[in-house]
Design a protein around this ligand. Structure first.
Ligand code: NAD
Length: 356
């Protein structure tokens, strides 16, 4: 017999419009949010895409601000805030990946402007009330319901230009959210269902996305998985895997999604025996009951994604520093995190060995 259920679950007020040509609904969503003077934010490389999206709301665009950067540097947050005040914006339309949405969130936090998000990667930030800001090389994060986008449009046509390599690592980044949500201290049955389904959808479809980035069915299913995985991230507290990636990104400036891709099989291998419920759900989702961690390692290989921290530019000498940083802040994890265990994990991830 199973143990009696015990959990707390707080639903987030998410609104999602998903499907091919969801963009046709953008003007309605902007109306619904009551926005008249929108500042569109995007990364420099996505200016063309942002202009296309902005074209759908015409005169209500007060400015296009193509200066989003990874991890929201403080200077870029301050500049976006100044610009929003200058053009008297009453809302932000974030077009792009986690960097664009992250910038929109900081403007929301500081200036109270609601965000409408049009995500074009699988990072999942649009589904969370988590903001991040990087100052003097240190990234701070926090939770605030005001930064959760009031509406999110997932249109697979906008993701066709996402390169295969970015699609692969971004999809693995999404899977990581669901993996850790399954053994989070504040997980719940509804999150368990969403996480399992999100992993199933992404693991099934990422090979098709990588094989043919213009396959709209595959792109759509990947967005479906990313939505579910992002919602899991928004509803739970992350453990060892996310703490490690945060430490690697913050201290060594390693690229976000590729770092998640390399670390995930190792972090799951570290935890899976101590989290049998999560391992069983992942076994079902991945068709790998015996060892979901190795299945994720194989998936990364199949996708042609990086599988070592060395190839991301990390030096072996940095391992001790990362062990120290990751041990310094306490967090819940299914298995006790020790310096020795973490050192072994990082050596395997650094050199590109399969997870053990
Ligand atoms: P990103 O937004 O920087 O995008 C990755 C790359 O893809 C960039 O080079 C971008 O220009 C490119 N790109 C995006 N859309 C494209 C498209 N349609 N066509 C071609 N290229 C495209 O990175 P990301 O991986 O999406 O997000 C990572 C950031 O988001 C990190 O700062 C991370 O900390 C943050 N994040 C935050 C949360 C949260 O809940 N707050 C969740 C996940 C990620």
């Amino acid at each position: 017999m199973n143990a009696p259920l015990a959990f707390t679950y707080q639903a987030l007020p998410m609104r999602v419009v998903m499907g091919v040509r969801a963009l046709d609904r953008l003007a309605d969503e902007i109306d619904r949010a009551g926005l008249e003077r929108i500042m569109v934010v995007c990364s420099p490389g996505q200016l063309g895409l942002a202009e296309t999206v902005a074209g759908r709301v015409g005169a209500r665009v007060a400015d296009i601000h193509p200066h989003a950067r990874m991890h929201v540097p403080a200077a870029s947050a301050a500049e976006a805030g100044r610009r929003a005040a200058e053009v008297n914006a009453d809302g932000c339309l974030a077009v792009g990946g986690g960097s664009a949405i992250g910038l929109g969130k900081i403007v929301a936090l500081r200036h109270g402007l609601p965000v409408v998000a049009v995500p074009t990667t699988y990072a999942g930030s649009e589904m969370t009330p988590v903001w991040g800001l990087t100052e003097n090389g240190v990234k701070r994060t926090g939770r605030d319901p005001r930064v959760l986008p009031v509406s999110v449009l997932y249109d697979p046509e906008l993701t066709v230009s996402l390169p295969a390599a970015v699609s692969a690592t971004s999809g693995m980044n999404a899977i990581a959210h669901a993996v850790e949500a399954l053994y989070a201290p504040d997980t719940s049955p509804i999150i368990g269902l969403m996480a399992e389904e999100g992993v199933r959808a992404l693991a099934d479809v990422l090979p098709d996305v990588v094989a043919d980035g213009a396959d709209l069915d595959a792109r759509s299913r990947a967005q479906y998985g990313a939505w579910l995985c992002g919602a899991c991230l928004g509803a739970t507290t992350m453990s060892l895997h996310h703490k490690l990636c945060h430490a690697l990104g913050g201290a060594l400036d390693l690229p976000h999604a590729p770092t998640h891709t390399v670390v995930l099989p190792h972090a799951l291998a570290y935890n899976q025996d101590a989290a049998p419920g999560a391992a069983a759900a992942l076994g079902r989702a991945l068709g790998a009951a015996a060892d979901p961690a190795t299945r994720l390692w194989d998936l990364a290989g199949l996708l042609g994604a990086p599988r070592s921290l060395r190839e991301l530019g990390m030096s072996e000498d940095d391992i001790d520093r990362i062990v120290e940083t990751t041990l310094a802040a306490p967090y819940a994890n299914p298995r006790e995190v020790t310096a020795e265990g973490l050192g072994r994990l990082l050596h395997a991830a650094w050199s590109g060995q399969p997870p053990t």
